[in-house]
Ligand binder design. Sequence first.
Ligand code: NZQ
Ligand code: ZN
Length: 430
Amino acid sequence: MLYVIKFSVCLIFRHIRQPVANRRINRRISTKSFILCYSVKQIAMKNFEFYNPVRILFGKGSISKINKYLPAGVPVLFMYGGGSIKKNGVYDQVLKTLKDTEFYEFSGVQPNPVYEQLMPALDIIREKNIGFILAVGGGSVIDGAKFVAAAACYKGNDPWEILSKQVRVEKALPIGAVLTLPATGSEMNGNSVITRASVNHKLSFGTSKVMPEFSVLDPEVTYSLPKNQIANGVIDAFIHVLEQYLTYPSNAEIQDRFAESILLVLKDTGSKVYADPEPNYDDRANFMWAATNALNTSISMGVISDWSTHAIGHELTALYGLDHAVSLAIVLPGVMYYLREKRQEKLAQFGEHIWGITSHDPQVAIAETIKNTEQFFRCLGVKTKLSEYGIGPEAIDKVVKQLGSHGATVLGGAGDVTIDDVPAILGTRI
Ligand code: NZQ
Ligand code: ZN
């Protein structure tokens, strides 16, 4: 149920319903913000169903447990990426656990996995009667495995329709995952993002049918990550939380506090993981579990989620090949600035609880919040302006055209960003 709260009602309602920390913010909100408050959306926590059946095998040495959870007598497709797992010992650990299992390999899954490169996996699945897929890698390999799992059972002409027409997935092969890069949360959700290179479309689908039966999270496998991938992981997970948290108040206290705890771990421990010359197990463990929780859907229950930053970011990746997290670090400050009035309450809460911003002037507080967020990304070595990647203002029209070409007119779930807002958002990001 959506309430548009007016003036005096707004004050009383907030005072009764909001926790003490938020009341402090509200007391500081000035006359100007009272006026803005007129149009602030406030909703009650929405009804929800939470379903997450993914078994997590967490901790060092957990890859060895995989054979316990594989279906007996079923040939397995072992999918992985460009070979990092052969350098860091993960490949050998997987071979060990598969020693009594009939399995076939499918390697070379690219970052931002590509439909054309994944489709040949279907031939192996048919020929070898594969009944289970084991994905070993980052989000790209896991997403690739999810698509292949759904495509193998697809009854229509072209499995691309699962993404382009959002055809419902009725059935998929079961999958398991070994996560090597904490970032996407793909190891504990039902989402998959696939690029069709021939048309430059990067699209997603989501269904519980492709949620992994199990995912192994061994923090030690992250020791081989290069710094830029650690930064990508921290930023991607941080922005996943913001897509679900930084919208409108929903009186969802558990979700808010949980979201804030994940943000704090990513800010503090994530920065430490990035800066430390030698890996520290506990820090890696906390980073890994934070990234998984950032997108296993628990913090999105009952609240208004957005995802407009991702929608715009995916187009930048499809057009210019930017890393997923890099595209988000560019777009997010633009979205925050563009929606600074509509989303002022959650922006102020985020600013105080994460960055410790206590300015009495809400406009100053929000400006500081956006600045701190962007600075955080830059401290992780990620540039946040398009021009810093050699991309000019022409990108704006291209992104709009791309979004239009696959019918994306309303972006995200908060209803406050449309394709018409993209020029203003990206206009501040050149
Ligand atoms: O391919 P290999 O050789 O394995 O190397 C990878 C790749 O080059 C390397 N890497 C991974 N683990 C490593 C490692 N290198 C050394 N040591 C390790 N332990 O890192 C590179 C990037 O890997 P990738 O899987 O592409 O990164 P990430 O996990 O960030 O995944 C990005 C993809 O996930 C999608 C993105 O759009 C993008 O396509 N997303 C998926 C989501 C989901 N399923 O819920 C949500 C996200 O918002 C996101 O959209
Ligand atoms: Zn993401």
